[in-house]
Design a protein around this ligand. Structure first.
Ligand code: ZN
Length: 446
């Protein structure tokens, strides 16, 4: 089964490329299409093709062959399985950012609004080797890697955000879909084993592939879908619940009743988990299980004010930031979480300022509101948070300590929890049905 993956720019935020340079150590076949005519050029090993937008079409320069005008360019390796490089896209490798390397059927280049759109066409199983390499270390237990392979394969078939308008199935950025940072020169044998042992397996609920969300660490309990995400079509929050994306506890022994707990009781539970010295959950072995960050009040005020005004200007985020009457952001007195999901995740945060209360809603928006370049913070690691306020001799806020559990949204499968379960002897099928309640494993084509 072939998959179309839209490649993002180096910062992973955009599908629009200014130009591109493609080459392969073993040579390539390049098809330049223009007004029903197709010209095929063979590139020698190491030779490159440069494509730039030119109005509504593209300009193509092929070393040794000249310059062409094109409506579409399709570049493929001469032998299936050979790798090729895109110099204009950089991805993390052992020594830092390097030109992106891919294997696959072909790269489809088109002009869209004066920029280039790059779509990699490859077999879904080949795509999965890149996703597994990008998402989980090969040192993980094989059963955890197998669970991740099935979840990632399922996600590719049913992503949360549709890329139909981009003429693709998924994109390669973790900010939107799942992370696919290209292919490494040599694929790890264990990643390959996890993919091959689960070939074609996906998760279904009823007759459809599930929305197989996953994150790194859930901080002792995963979250309900409706406590973290808005509806992808209407942006309404909270959206309709999804029956298989339910909060599950990661307790090694037994479980506790959290269903009807108040925000205060849930906060007390988070504190207890944070302070506990013992490993009591599948995911507490991970360094991402708990964290804390301290922010001086003056820096917090300046950057949060700036971030909130940016969020208010963004069409998608604006409905989740509610300013007080007058719309001023004064001196911060206090933070309080006024609504929590069953896992303790913050659904609504109130920032009490001298000019009134600001309300911030939804997991990712709450995390993003704390962006602070001064302390190199892109966003909080999670929204399972509680606060400690420090005051000066006048009783004014001098700094804030945010303490938190987990890394990521915590909905669906969590990678460190899957590893904990695998180490405790669980099979990948047990891991998957633990995180995706009542979903069924199904083999495509069977
Ligand atoms: Zn995407």
């Amino acid at each position: 089964m072939k998959l179309r993956v839209a490649l993002t720019t180096t910062d992973l935020t955009s599908l629009e490329h200014k130009q591109t340079l493609i080459s392969s150590p073993s040579g390539m076949e390049i098809q330049v299409e223009n007004e029903q005519r197709v010209k095929t050029v063979t590139l020698l090993p190491g030779q490159s093709v440069r494509v730039s937008p030119d109005g509504e079409s593209m300009s193509v320069i092929i070393a040794g062959h000249g310059r062409f005008k094109a409506a579409r360019v399709v570049a493929g390796p001469r032998k299936a399985g050979d790798s090729f490089f895109i110099d204009s896209v950089r991805r993390p490798r052992a020594r830092g950012l390097e030109r992106a390397e891919y294997r696959g059927h072909e790269l489809d280049v088109n002009a869209v609004n004066g920029r280039l759109r790059l779509i990699l066409v490859l077999d879904i199983e080949q795509y999965l080797t890149g996703v597994l390499e990008s998402e989980v270390p090969a040192s993980y237990h094989l059963e955890a890697l197998k669970a991740q392979a099935v979840a990632a394969r399922t996600y590719a078939l049913n992503p949360r955000i549709s890329h139909e308008k981009d003429n693709a199935d998924v994109c390669d950025s973790y900010l939107c879909c799942q992370y696919f940072a290209g292919h490494k020169a040599v694929t790890s044998a264990k990643h390959m084993q996890a993919i091959e042992a689960t070939t074609g397996e996906i998760l279904k609920y009823g007759t459809r592939a599930i929305l197989a969300l996953f994150s790194s660490n859930a901080g002792g309990c995963t979250s309900n879908y409706e406590d973290c995400f808005s509806d992808p079509k209407t942006n309404f929050f909270p959206p309709a619940p999804i029956p298989y994306l339910k909060a599950v506890q990661e307790k090694l022994h037994g479980a506790i009743e959290l269903k009807h707990a108040s925000p205060t009781e849930l906060e007390a539970h988070l504190k207890e988990m944070w302070q506990s010295k013992q490993h009591t959950t599948f995911d507490s072995w991970s360094p991402h299980f708990k964290w804390s960050v301290q922010i001086p009040a003056h820096s917090l005020e300046a950057h949060m004010h700036h971030e909130l005004s940016l969020l208010l200007k963004d069409k998608e985020s604006a409905p989740f930031v509610i300013p007080p009457e007058g719309g001023k952001f004064g001196h911060i007195n206090k933070f309080s979480v006024t609504k929590r999901g069953v896992s303790g995740v913050a659904m609504e945060l109130t920032v009490h300022t001298s000019t009134g209360d600001w309300q911030i809603r939804k997991e990712l928006i709450i995390r993003s509101a704390f962006k602070n370049p001064e302390i190199k913070l892109a966003r909080l690691k999670s929204a399972k948070i509680f606060f400690e306020h420090q005051h000066d001799h006048l009783g004014l806020l001098s700094s804030l300590t945010v303490k938190g559990l987990g890394w990521g949204h915590g909905v669906g499968l969590q990678q460190t929890g899957a590893q904990g379960m695998a180490l405790a002897g669980k099979h990948y099928r047990d891991i998957l049905v633990h995180y995706f309640t009542n979903a069924q494993i199904y083999r495509i084509g069977s």
